[in-house]
Design a protein around this ligand. Structure first.
Ligand SMILES: Nc1ncnc2c1ncn2[C@@H]1O[C@H](COP(=O)(O)OP(=O)(O)OP(=O)(O)O)[C@@H](O)[C@H]1O
Length: 255
């Protein structure tokens, strides 16, 4: 069996008295591209924020590469996990290369060295945005900013990256570009887990899809002969027609 990069067991969480996650148990396999889907407000970002340490959990267990998250120091976590949150706004017109460099902050405190800058150049090249390196981040389009933020996570050289809607704001060219990059990263000992809203893009690129429903995570086998349409109707409250394209399941809402 593949080792779990992230293993969540019996996790429950709420904001005040409102429960959002109830008894969530899920294991995201190492060195794979996994995608988490589900309706707006179903708790996807909350689960990512807990795994990334932005929200504290009281009930359940969250393990990163086999270690309990709550027992890990900030720098231990930064070595293991990189996180791209859903919203990231900068008001300061820093150059793109400096914004990416801040991804090294957990390692170099306030005095980044030559190797940190080399990693920045590498990550910027990796995402094909070298032409943006000297531009002020605040003057970039939403999609360009998204690519810069992904480079900022990569520069951390973590074992796992969590991305909350990485294809948000991207046109179809860059959606496929980023998803291909993310999938490729898993060939180099990296685990990628992303929240996405487009089931078809997820089915095209992910090794495994997970869905949030009724405050927990469910992982069906998405195959047409496995009643995928019934399952997706349960998740999204929308009726779907399913078709196979190049051996991949594709869905369209029934109109
Ligand atoms: N800081 C907060 N305080 C109180 N309630 C919150 C907070 N953040 C999220 N919620 C609520 O928790 C629920 C889950 O929100 P969450 O952002 O995790 O969902 P999501 O699946 O990521 O949604 P989306 O797809 O719209 O981004 C929602 O009902 C939301 O209103």
């Amino acid at each position: 069996m593949t080792e779990a990069a992230i293993e969540v067991k019996g996790l429950s969480f709420g904001y005040g008295q409102t429960p959002v996650l109830e008894e969530v148990s899920v294991a995201f396999p190492a060195n794979r591209f996994s995608v988490l889907l589900g309706r707006n407000g179903s708790g996807k970002s909350t689960l990512f924020n807990i795994v990334a340490g932005l929200q504290k959990y009281k009930k359940g267990s969250v393990k990163l590469m086999g270690k309990e998250r709550s027992n890990m120091s900030f720098s231990d976590c930064a070595r293991v996990l990189g996180f791209l949150p859903q919203f990231h706004k900068s008001v300061f017109p820093f150059q793109v290369k400096d914004v990416v460099l801040t991804g090294r902050a957990a390692f170099s405190v306030f005095s980044p060295g030559k190797s940190d800058r080399e990693k920045v150049v590498q990550a910027i090249e990796e995402l094909g945005i070298s032409h943006l390196a000297d531009r002020p981040y605040t003057e970039l389009s939403g999609g360009e900013q998204q690519l810069v933020m992904i480079a900022r996570v990569l520069v951390q050289h973590p074992r796992i990256i969590l991305l909350d809607e990485p294809t948000n704001h991207l046109d179809v060219y860059y959606q496929t570009y980023v998803l291909e990059k993310l999938k490729k990263l898993t060939e180099n000992n990296l685990t990628v887990i992303a929240i996405m809203h487009d089931p078809n893009m997820a089915f095209l690129y992910a090794d495994q899809c997970y869905f949030m429903k009724n405050r927990t995570v469910v992982m069906p086998s998405i195959e047409p002969d496995n009643h995928a349409d019934t399952f997706l109707e349960y998740v999204y409250d929308v009726r779907f027609t399913t078709v196979m394209v190049n051996n991949k399941l594709m869905v369209v809402p029934k109109v």
